[in-house]
Design a protein around this ligand. Structure first.
Ligand code: NAP
Length: 310
């Protein structure tokens, strides 16, 4: 039967790497019947075993090459630093006319690592869903993760428009809003909205951890909402975030430089008692929070809406 008659976007989809993003993609694909069959592969036997036990993917394979055999779409869902080697491994067995995509949080580096291995006749459409939680692994995914979140497609020069349109249909079918963006612009925007905030959260929790040795367990016992939110972000997967900073170096350092300048200005305002500066600054930042809520990207509930999710 033709995929167009069934609502399917692809006949066979292969997910390489079976963590939060891949498992959420599988459940979202199943929810909407977007693929005939979904195969999966993860590096460790333990993850593959867990996937089989919980029914993640229609078929779990013991090699990446077996998983991508005859796939119409292959999505690389491994940490950014592993994308190139995984692509090199599967390249010889990809079906002509297939599309390769990824979900990496950094785009320029992934394009440079993956594109040289894309065989003639195979399409490459990089992508990045702007959705996640601090949880990782095959059991952390859920079908609603991408609902009303943005997924950015980052077509490279010469990308086949039909391949891009089909991948857009898949992401829309999984509940996401889809936009296209250039790789360098993507990396700068994400350095502002995601990468640098994560680094700041890691730092703040590290500082509190040092302090904890002085104040015993008070930091944990009396942890207020601000600190608790930092700890949630700082609980994110260490491998994923190590790779993000190593591969989005320039944009992150640029934004960190600006951050440091602003921090010094606020530090000076506190030291000199410049309340007007502090008040004006906090008024401006409050408006940004309002904008995010108005854009439907978070709720105004006291738990920031996270209570509804896993
Ligand atoms: P995750 O939950 O930590 O899972 C990573 C998966 O990749 C695991 O199944 C792991 O296998 C596998 N893997 C790691 N190295 C591998 C290798 N060399 N070869 C084959 N498989 C390998 O990760 P995730 O959160 O889903 O993130 C996956 C990708 O999505 C990353 O590129 C990340 O930047 C991007 N992303 C993440 C988020 C987020 O918030 N988490 C949001 C958007 C995009 P084992 O379990 O066997 O080790």
């Amino acid at each position: 039967m033709n995929t167009q008659d069934t609502g399917q976007v692809y006949g066979r989809v292969a997910l390489i790497g079976l963590g939060l993003i891949a498992s959420s993609m599988f459940w979202a694909i199943k929810r909407a019947g977007l693929a005939g069959e979904v195969t999966g592969y993860a590096r460790s036997a333990e993850t593959r075993e867990t996937a089989r036990r919980i029914g993640l993917c229609d078929r779990i394979c013991d090699s990446a090459r077996a998983a991508v055999q005859d796939a119409d779409l292959v999505v690389l869902c491994v940490p950014v630093g592993a994308m190139g080697p995984v692509m090199e491994d599967i390249a010889p067995v990809l079906k002509p006319g297939a599309t390769v995509s990824d979900v990496g949080s950094v785009k320029r580096h992934v394009i440079e690592a993956v594109q040289p291995h894309i065989p003639e006749g195979v399409h490459f459409v990089p992508a990045h869903p702007l959705a996640g939680t601090e949880h990782s692994g095959p059991e952390s995914g859920f079908a609603e993760l991408f609902d009303n979140r943005w997924s950015l497609l980052v077509p490279v020069e010469g990308t086949n428009p039909e391949a891009t349109a089909r991948l857009r249909a898949l992401w829309e079918g999984m509940g996401a809003n889809v936009d296209e963006m250039d790789a360098d612009h993507h990396d700068l925007v994400l350095a502002v909205t995601s990468h640098t905030p994560h680094l700041i959260a890691y730092t703040m929790v590290g500082v509190a951890d040092d302090l904890r040795r002085v104040t015993d367990s008070e930091v944990i016992k009396y942890s207020a909402a601000g600190f608790r939110d930092f700890t949630r972000i700082a609980a994110s997967d260490p491998t994923m975030w190590r790779d993000v900073f190593l591969t989005n170096k320039d944009a992150t350092l640029e934004i960190l430089g600006r951050f440091t300048e602003e921090l010094f200005a606020l530090q000076r305002a506190i030291r000199t008692g410049d309340g007007e500066h502090l008040h004006d600054y906090f008024t401006r930042t409050r408006a940004i929070r309002r904008g995010i809520i108005e854009a439907g990207q978070d709720t105004d509930a006291p738990d920031f809406g996270r209570g509804q999710k896993k």
